[in-house]
Design a protein around this ligand. Structure first.
Ligand code: GLY
Length: 327
């Protein structure tokens, strides 16, 4: 089948007070060594944003939105500013956020001109009467404009790094003529970002944001805006996923992870099992098992991360402990 067996690590909550906690990811792929330091810096900044909210008795949703917005603005990841470009050379962003206690969620698909899709998704979560929770393209942008969000020229979200990558990939596609299996391998960016947070009141939230996959056709929808696929939160656990969106969606990666913990599973074991099931049941276009990464927190603030790629950018903090970041 190929691909790596998933590895995981448990994050145990300190003490028994069930304090606030947060876990982040900045994508699971073969992150080049030259980008590790930038990833670590951006993860630490995002962790600080979430921690700042939680230490002031803020809510899990606010913390998750703050961390994801920080990563979207950093220019480091495949999300917000710095998102990978579609075939037409444009940024198009997907994002979703969910409250574990109410099961309310808000999401945007294929949005342009918005640096922080997570803040718009958060606005939809809060303002929706339940009749519309995932808004796409111009409809989402209209809601943003009508509600005080700043719309920027879409080019402002394109970084030089992604412009160069797009022209190199365009050349490789031309060389291949028909197929492009390299696009599904671990060494193209899958820097989707995500956060799971637990506040002092025991509320859980999950958020995931992405610039999608490189050279996808315009209008392609991945997993990151779809609850149950790229993110899910219940009263018991919150989860965010990263990896190849088509495989994640077919595997219901985040929803199955939360289900597994609700059924009494140990978080680190559940995440490995869910990733391994995806790896052994779905092949990427390169013929190898589909890979990805997951973070999960449960209602006590214990959690885990797991990934089946060479690297996953990740960070965490729980009350009474030190923050950490790793690639
Ligand atoms: N996981 C992000 C995407 O495939 O769009």
């Amino acid at each position: 089948m190929g691909g790596r067996m998933p590895v995981s690590e448990a994050i145990e909550k300190p003490g028994t007070d069930g304090g606030a906690a947060v876990l982040l990811h900045g994508g699971a792929w073969d992150i080049p060594p030259g980008q590790h330091e930038a990833h670590l810096l951006a993860l630490r900044d995002a962790l600080g944003s979430a921690r700042g909210v939680l230490e002031k008795d803020g809510g899990a949703l606010d913390a998750a939105a703050a961390a994801v917005a920080s990563m979207e603005s950093s220019g480091t990841f495949d999300a917000g500013r710095g998102g990978v470009l579609n075939l037409d050379g444009e940024v198009e962003l997907d994002c979703g956020i969910m409250c574990g206690r109410s099961l309310d969620y808000g999401a945007v698909v294929g949005v342009k001109r918005i640096e922080n899709p997570v803040l718009l998704a958060r606005f939809i979560l809060e303002s929706s009467d339940g009749s519309a929770r995932i808004l796409s393209c111009e409809g989402a942008e209209r809601i943003a404009a009508e509600n005080g969000f700043t719309l920027v020229a879409n080019d402002k979200l394109v970084t030089e790094r992604e412009r160069v990558r797009h022209s190199e990939l365009r050349q490789r596609l031309a060389d291949y003529h028909t197929s492009h299996p390299f696009l599904a391998s671990d060494n193209v960016p899958r820097g989707t970002v995500g956060c799971v947070a637990r506040d002092r009141g025991g509320r859980l939230a999950a958020a995931t944001s992405t610039g999608g996959t490189p050279m996808r056709p315009a209008g392609r929808v991945g997993d990151s805006a779809l609850p149950g696929a790229g993110y899910y939160a219940s009263g018991s656990a919150a989860c965010s996923a990263t990896g190849w969106g088509e495989a994640i969606t077919a595997s219901l990666l985040a929803g199955r992870s939360v289900d597994g913990v609700e059924a009494g599973g140990v978080p680190a074991e559940v995440l490995c099992a869910v990733l391994e099931r995806m790896r052994t049941s779905i092949r990427n276009r390169d013929g190898r098992g589909a890979t990805g990464g997951l973070i999960l927190l449960d209602f006590e603030g214990s959690g885990a991360f797991a990934f089946s790629t060479p690297h996953m950018a990740r960070a965490g903090w729980s009350e009474g402990g030190e923050g950490w970041a790793a690639v």
